[in-house]
Design a protein around this ligand. Structure first.
Ligand code: COA
Length: 387
């Protein structure tokens, strides 16, 4: 029995001082319910994905769920750091797959700007192994990914210019996405002139600290027929993995094992042996530009060490081998942790339904992928979608 996505919604991302967490979640939920053409009563389970810890609502699932009109139908709260949204989608998917419910909604939401940058970075730095890393060395997320960038540069000759090219591409895409945090293009020169946050990562190599929400409504094939939904997007591959809490226990900084394992699991389920030939679009986890370069390699879009050349040759741009992060990615669309994985589903569903407007990719296979990492490869999630 297949499970399909029947409705998606996404709030405007950015610094959203105009709304509470509940209100921003409702922006996304309202759009998803209208998009699915169902009533809220049809939805039997609500899963709220929020990493939390940066908002005054420390246990936000109940208030979010109630405000969105789903009291009594959950909520199930999930957390998987920056991959929280994907974990929420998985919980909704697996509840349907298990036959417990026929329709479920995954709501990803986060208000990150209620605390200052230093607090946000300190909280994020505790995302891996607090005692071994944050307490001992004070490492933060830009610092963790800077270690990956340094290793990649040393081993494969990846350059700061190639990383900046990821930022330029994603800002260019976000400039045409009215829901993006940053809607302005940047030049390579501007990116390379921005100040270092953690060498070799500069300001324009980092995703911003954002507020935002996204929602996806999933249903069983039986219910989709019953409701007469004529444009479902099927989930044909699911993969997940994780890696050590403590980065010093990892053998390799040139990539993320969690991405390799999760993608191979999803590819096997979806019958994909050549992702470049069988996928039309991908939304990948570019919390830092080096993360997108590693994702090209770990997802099998190019060989290990060739991610820098892949961006340089336009492989991930419109008209390239596989357009990546067509709505601006985490880098420029924004990265409200709990919302990110669900917003990736929103993007791929819009692309596969040919509703992406000026950001539409050419479809040959009618298949797309989402790749969402929590922490520094602490969680890895990959979904394959098709129509
Ligand atoms: N990319 C591009 N521009 C950014 C930016 C980013 N990531 N972050 C902030 N800016 C811009 C702001 O819009 C602002 O521009 P303006 O002066 O024209 O208004 C300027 O830079 C200063 O913004 P500010 O909010 O003061 O920046 P900051 O120094 O407090 O924060 C970072 C910058 C990079 C430290 C912060 O965005 C960050 O920590 N990012 C990483 C988030 C993270 O770790 N997420 C989890 C990943 S797994």
């Amino acid at each position: 029995m297949r499970v399909g996505v029947i409705g998606v919604g996404c709030s405007k991302f950015g610094v959203r001082r105009d709304v509470t967490l509940q209100e921003i979640a409702f922006e996304a939920v309202k759009e998803a319910v209208v998009d699915a053409g169902v009533s809220r009563e049809d939805i039997e389970l609500s899963v709220v994905g929020t990493a939390g810890t940066r908002s005054y609502e420390l246990m936000p699932a109940v208030p979010v769920n109630e405000y969105c009109g789903f009291a009594g139908r959950g909520p199930l709260r999930v957390e998987a750091a920056c991959a929280t949204g994907s974990a929420a989608v998985y919980a909704a998917y697996s509840s349907i797959k298990a036959g417990l419910v026929d329709v479920a909604i995954a709501i990803g939401c986060e208000k990150m700007t209620e605390v200052d940058t230093a607090t946000s970075l300190a909280v994020g730095g505790r995302g891996g192994s607090y005692l071994w890393e944050f307490h001992q060395y004070g490492t933060t997320f830009p610092g963790h990914y800077a270690m990956h960038a340094s290793a990649h540069m040393a081993r494969y000759g990846t350059t700061e210019k190639q990383m900046a090219m990821v930022a330029v591409k994603n800002h260019r895409n976000a400039a045409r996405n009215p829901k993006a945090h940053f809607q302005k293009e940047i030049t390579l020169e501007e990116a390379l002139a921005s100040s270092y946050v953690a060498y070799p990562l500069r300001l324009f190599d980092c995703s911003p600290i954002s507020d935002g929400a996204a929602a996806a409504i999933l249903a069983s094939e039986k219910k989709i027929k019953e409701l007469g939904v004529d444009n479902p997007v099927w989930i044909s591959g699911v993969g997940y993995s994780s890696d050590t809490a403590n980065l010093s226990r990892r053998k390799d900084y040139g990539g993320l094992m969690a991405t390799v394992a999760a993608s191979r699991m999803a590819y096997k389920m979806a019958g994909i042996d050549n992702p470049l030939k069988q996928l039309d679009v991908a939304s990948v986890h570019d919390c830092f530009t080096i993360a997108e370069i590693m994702a090209y390699e770990d997802l099998g879009f190019c060989r290990k060490g060739e991610g820098g050349r892949f961006i340089e040759d336009g492989g991930s741009d419109f008209g390239g081998h596989i357009p990546v992060n067509t709505f601006g990615g985490l880098k420029a669309k924004g990265h409200p942790l709990g919302a990110t994985g669900v917003a990736m589903v929103y993007e791929v569903v819009k692309q596969l339904r040919e509703e992406a407007g000026s950001l539409q990719v050419d479809l040959k296979n009618y298949r797309g992928l989402t790749h969402n990492i929590g922490g520094t490869g602490h969680f890895g999630w990959v979904f394959v979608f098709e129509v």
